[in-house]
Ligand binder design. Structure first.
Ligand code: M6R
Length: 361
C-alpha cells in the first residue's frame, strides 16, 4: 500500500521523520547524557578496550558506514574506517582481536556481507550488526548489534534505511564516546542535536517543490559531478549513487580537495556539479572549490546551510551539530534523484538490472 504516493521511493522518503523518531525512542538517557543500546552486548569494559573500528557493508550501507566511521572517530576518538564487505572478504584481511567489526545491512541477507561476517567469526573476531530486518541472517550471525528500526523498505533504492543507519551510528558513536572521553556537555549537545532531527527532516521535505523544479533544470545532463569534503564526501557518494540508480544518469563523486588533481578537467557547462557545503570549519575551503568550478563555467547546485553566492542554485537545509549534519544533507538529494528519474519516465521502484537484496556472490 503506497498510501497516496506514486512510488515506494517517494513514500519511504516521506517516512523518514517517523523512522528517525523510532530509532531514537527509548534509547536516550538524559541523566547520564548517553544512550542505551539494548542488543549491543558490549559492556563498558569491552567498549573501552576497543582500539579500532572496522565497518563493512555494500552500496548504500557502505556509504552509511563511511559516515559512521567519521562519527566514531569524532565522538569516541577511536580510529575507524569503512570498507566494502565485498572487497574485504577477498583480500585475506588481517583480523585483529582489538578491533570491533560492524556489519551494516538493510536486508541482513547480502551475501558478501554475510560471508565477511562468517570469515571474521572463524578468525575469532567480535562482530556487531547494524541491520534493519529483524532476525535476518546477518542479525543472527553477529554477536550483538543495533536494529536501525527504519521499518520495511520496499523500493530497491534505499532511502529511509540509509538515514536510520546513519542515526544509529550517531547513537553508537555517542555511546562509545561516553564510555571514554566524551564530556557530559558534548553528550548533551549531541542528544539535543539528535532530538532535532525529525523536525528538521520535515522542514527539508516541505521544500519539495523547489527540489522538483531543480531536478527539471538538471535532467538534461549526461553526467554529473558530486563533491564534498570530509563529512560531506560520503554524502556526495551516496547522492551520486542514488542519481545513478534511479535516473541512469552517469554521476561520480569526488572529495572536493581532489578536484584539481584530475576531475577538474571534466568541468564545463554540460557537466553540472552538486556540492555539499556544510557550515562547519571547512566552509571556506568548500567555497574555494565552488569558485574553481565557476571559473570553468561549471553549473553548480549547492546543498548548504545558507545560500551560496557562487552556486547557480542552493538547497538550504537546517543546521544541526557539525557531527550530525551528514544525516540531513543527503535527504534533499534523494528527492532530487527521485524527481529527475520521474521526469525521465524511469521505473523508480525497480531500476533495471538491480535487485533489492543481493544474496549471490
Ligand atoms: O541490504 P543491504 O543494505 O545489505 O544492501 C546493500 C546494497 O545492495 C544496497 O544498499 C544497494 O546499494 C541499494 N540498491 C542502494 O540504493
Amino acid at each position: 500500500d503506497m498510501g497516496g504516493h506514486d512510488t515506494y521511493m517517494h513514500k519511504e522518503i516521506h517516512e523518514q521523520a517517523d523512522a528517525v523518531d523510532r530509532a531514537l525512542r527509548g534509547r536516550i538517557d538524559d541523566r547520564f547524557s548517553t544512550v542505551h543500546l539494548g542488543g549491543l552486548n558490549l559492556d563498558a569494559r569491552d567498549a573501552r578496550a576497543v582500539r579500532r573500528v572496522k565497518i563493512l557493508g555494500c552500496g548504500t550501507s557502505y556509504h552509511a558506514g563511511q559516515i559512521g566511521a567519521q562519527m566514531i572517530e569524532e565522538l569516541a576518538r577511536i580510529p575507524a574506517d569503512a570498507e566494502p564487505a565485498s572487497e574485504f572478504r577477498y583480500r585475506n584481511p588481517v583480523v585483529d582481536p582489538d578491533t570491533l567489526y560492524i556489519a551494516v545491512s538493510q536486508s541482513g541477507e547480502t551475501y558478501d556481507v554475510l560471508a565477511a561476517v562468517q570469515e571474521l567469526k572463524r578468525k575469532g573476531a567480535r562482530v556487531l550488526g547494524l541491520v534493519n530486518v529483524v532476525g535476518s541472517a546477518i542479525a543472527r550471525e553477529t554477536d550483538g548489534g543495533i536494529y536501525v528500526h527504519a521499518g520495511p523498505e520496499v523500493c530497491v533504492v534505499s532511502t529511509k534505511c540509509f538515514t536510520n543507519m546513519v542515526v544509529s551510528f550517531g547513537l553508537l558513536a555517542l555511546h562509545l564516546g561516553r564510555t571514554r572521553d566524551l564530556s557530559v556537555a558534548d553528550g548533551k549537545r549531541i542528544i539535543e542535536g539528535l532530538r532535532k532531527l525529525p523536525g528538521q527532516i520535515e522542514e527539508i521535505l516541505a521544500n519539495e517543490e523547489q527540489i522538483e523544479k531543480l531536478a527539471g533544470e538538471y535532467a538534461d545532463a549526461k553526467s554529473m559531478m558530486f563533491i564534498g569534503r570530509v563529512r560531506g564526501y560520503p554524502v556526495a557518494r551516496e547522492a551520486s549513487l542514488k542519481l545513478k540508480e534511479v535516473s541512469y544518469i552517469h554521476a561520480e563523486a569526488y572529495p572536493a580537495s581532489e578536484l584539481k588533481h584530475g576531475p577538474l578537467a571534466l568541468i564545463e557547462p554540460a557537466m553540472p556539479t552538486v556540492a555539499i557545503v556544510p557550515d562547519d570549519e571547512l566552509l571556506e575551503k568548500n567555497r574555494a572549490a565552488l569558485e574553481e568550478i565557476k571559473a570553468r563555467s561549471g553549473r553548480i547546485l549547492a546543498v548548504a546551510h545558507q545560500e551560496q553566492e557562487k552556486a547557480d542554485h542552493t538547497i538550504v537545509v537546517p543546521k544541526n551539530e557539525d557531527e550530525l549534519d551528514p544525516i540531513l544533507m543527503g535527504i534533499p538529494l534523494q528527492l532530487f534523484a527521485y524527481y529527475t528519474a520521474k521526469a525521465m519516465g524511469r521505473d523508480i521502484d525497480k531500476p533495471r538490472n538491480l535487485a533489492k537484496s543481493v544474496t549471490v556472490e
